[in-house]
Design a protein around this ligand. Structure first.
Ligand code: BES
Ligand code: MN
Ligand code: MN
Length: 458
């Protein structure tokens, strides 16, 4: 590893410049407008893979944006095979007053690189590519067999990947999966994530009259879809902040005392949490702490709401339609399709005759909790503590990475969530950033991991 670590040290500047290249491609997967760039990012990743010495580099068709695949299988059949996963697509970002610079012209400030995709997920998955390069260039090869898939539809709901994984289970066969797309509990606290919430995402449209009406002529006599939608939404929770949708908690396991205790040991400070968010108080399900609420309990959020007149000045109407975009975070054995059906039944029950409604499914992914006692996780712990010189902590995550549960189900290999982000990364928000210590340390951790895994698998 000595040579590899030296190689990493002496190539830091180039690594960073290469990262800036991929960050400059606005690969926003949820919008047609950017499809040219999303495809360009796939090509860029493929070229990188060739340059670093990966083989069988190919763009695999999924029906949507391609998966960039490559492998290096010369370590021998007695060595484990590691599958590295990441995503080259990013969330949308507009250069407006909320960003201090163009989100697709990355800038480095005080040890952080700023720009869309820096932490989610380009900066993170790139650490593995650079680790592979460093090992091949300085040790003449990799200690274990490696397959890499970097996909382009994570941020738009992974419509095509599950089928792809199922149909290509043989091609992707491996002994362990490693994903860097989560975050540390705090700066300077290397963290392994062992749980992700699932998600069920949908859109509710309610329709009242067949056209917008004059609110003077009709107001008071016709149900206003915006009011109806508000009334529906207000019935999603009971007075204790618990979801009121029948069946919602049927497959939600109780958090164990052991897990609740482990959460309490993490250096969490509620005052700072609130201060950072600019709120005076928190709000959620009674009887649970913030970490329990976000990691171990379901949550429903209205992500956006629209309807009626929202332009300048007034317009006295009763609108014909109103819509809410809804996402529900899932835990335990909750299932995204089942939860959608529960929502449908509940909305049918609570919506008055004066309103027509339609609930459209958008996308979903299932929750996962991995076994932290798996030797692969221990190998990651060793690798991270070697790279960062610190002890590793464990946490769960409120966010979702849709494909991870499919890996679990289809590949039946342990999954290691070696996140490198920080809670201050602003992923999906303005001024997204990635800590350069985590970037360079992450390259070392990945290189260590590819060695350490040989000690525990096969
Ligand atoms: N990398 C995130 C998942 C994540 C979120 C990790 C928060 C750590 C903290 C991933 O790219 C993501 O944003 N997932 C989406 C999935 C959705 C678009 C289907 C999410 O959780 O909203
Ligand atoms: Mn991500
Ligand atoms: Mn994301």
């Amino acid at each position: 590893m000595e040579k590899t670590l030296n190689y990493i040290e002496s190539n830091k500047d180039r690594f960073l410049n290469e990262l800036i290249e991929i960050l400059s491609i606005p690969s926003v997967s949820n919008s047609e407008e950017f499809s040219k760039y999303t495809l360009q990012a796939a090509d860029w990743v493929a070229n990188q893979m060739k340059t670093i010495g990966m083989e069988n580099v190919s763009l695999l068709d999924t029906g949507g944006y391609p998966i960039v695949y490559s492998d290096w299988m010369h370590a021998g059949a007695d060595k484990p095979t590691v599958l590295i996963y990441g995503h080259y697509d990013v969330q949308p970002a507009e250069f407006n007053e909320l960003w201090h610079h163009d989100p697709f012209k990355p800038e480095i400030r005080d040890g952080f690189i700023f720009g869309r995709g820096t932490a989610d997920d380009k900066g993170q998955f790139f650490t593995h590519l650079k680790a592979v390069e460093s090992l091949i260039k300085s040790e003449g090869g990799l200690p274990c067999n490696v397959k890499i898939i970097i996909e382009g539809e994570e941020e738009s709901g992974n419509e095509n990947l599950p089928t792809f994984i199922k149909e290509n289970a043989d091609k992707l066969k491996c002994d362990v999966v490693i994903v860097s797309d989560t975050e540390w509990f705090a700066k300077g606290l290397p963290t392994i994530c062992y749980g992700l919430r699932g998600i069920s995402s949908m859109e509710l449209t309610v329709t009242g009259p067949n056209r917008d009406l004059h609110s003077g002529s009709f107001g008071g006599a016709v149900d206003n879809p915006i009011h109806a939608l508000s009334r529906i939404i207000s019935q999603f929770w009971d007075e204790n902040g618990k979801l009121a949708i029948p069946g919602m908690y049927d497959k939600v396991p109780e958090l164990t005392q052991q897990e609740r205790d482990a959460f309490k040991k993490l250096p969490y400070n509620e005052e700072n949490y609130m201060k950072d968010l600019g709120v005076e108080a928190l709000h959620g399900e009674k009887g649970f702490t913030t970490l329990e609420r976000t990691w171990g309990r379901p949550a429903l959020d209205i992500n956006g709401i629209f309807g009626g007149y929202t332009g300048e000045g007034g317009k006295t109407i009763i609108a014909s339609k109103a819509t809410a975009k809804i996402s529900i975070r899932l835990v335990g054995k909750q299932n995204s399709d089942e939860v959608f059906e529960m929502m449908k039944s509940y909305i049918a029950k609570i919506t008055p005759k004066s309103i027509k409604w339609e609930l459209k499914y958008d996308h979903g992914g299932e929750p996962v909790v991995v076994d932290i006692n798996d030797p692969a996780i221990k190998a990651c712990e060793t690798a991270m503590s070697k790279a960062f010189g610190k002890e590793v902590v464990y946490m769960r995550e409120g966010g979702s990475i849709g494909i991870v549960s499919i890996f679990d189900e289809v590949l039946k290999a342990p999954i290691v969530l070696m996140g490198l982000g920080l809670p201050t990364d602003n992923i999906h928000s303005p001024n997204e950033n990635f800590c350069l210590d985590n970037f360079f340390g992450g390259i070392k951790a990945s290189a260590h991991f590819l060695h350490e895994i040989c000690e525990v698998k096969k």
